[in-house]
Write a protein that binds this ligand. Structure first.
Ligand code: HEC
Length: 146
């Protein structure tokens, strides 16, 4: 009896793991090409302040009125300190970035940038389907150090 219930609970755990894996898969939501385009956009429009390594730092002098502001890390242990989902990353990037000219890229470009940030932070893996805003709400940005 005891042995039987043990194996039954092992089977249930197997089912649970499968359900979790499948649930995870639905949140994996961008294509490699979106992330690759996002990387190029990042280098053109964001790296001057956030760094080629995405670790953030002071805004350089060329951005006059913003010079010296602290551009937050977008990757690494202190990344995205004020944001908790990929959707918030998209919304913030669009409304406030690049800092000297917010909302200056296309919707698709902001999606690609977000896909790139999701990828470099390992928040979700690409699943071959273009990213949608609905899926971005399901991708959380954990802050384990806090
Ligand atoms: C002129 C410098 C500058 C450029 C260029 C720039 N940023 Fe920023 N960014 C900042 C500064 C400064 C902050 C922090 C203060 C603030 O939010 O205004 C910031 C904050 C952010 C945040 C918020 C992080 C958090 O956790 O709150 C995101 C996301 C971000 N930037 C993305 C981008 C993206 C994507 C681009 C390129 C399209 C970009 N930034 C270009 C200076 C810049």
């Amino acid at each position: 009896m005891r042995a039987k219930s043990a194996s039954r609970s092992a089977a249930l755990q197997g089912v649970l793991a499968l359900v979790l894996l499948t649930a995870g898969a639905t949140a994996l939501a961008y294509t490699e090409s979106q992330a690759n385009n996002g990387r190029l956009l990042y280098l053109d429009h964001c790296a001057a302040c956030h760094g080629r390594d995405l670790r953030g730092g002071p805004v350089p002098a060329q951005f006059s009125e913003h010079a010296g502001d602290h551009a937050f890390a977008l990757a690494g242990p202190d990344r995205l300190p004020g944001l908790f989902s990929a959707m918030q990353v998209l919304a913030y990037a669009r409304t406030a970035m690049p800092q000297q000219q917010p909302d200056s890229l296309t919707t698709e470009e902001y999606l690609e940038l977000t896909a790139f940030l999701v990828k470099v932070n390992g928040l979700a893996a690409p699943n071959g389907a273009p990213v949608t805003t609905e899926e971005l709400t399901k991708i959380s940005v954990p802050h384990p150090a806090r």
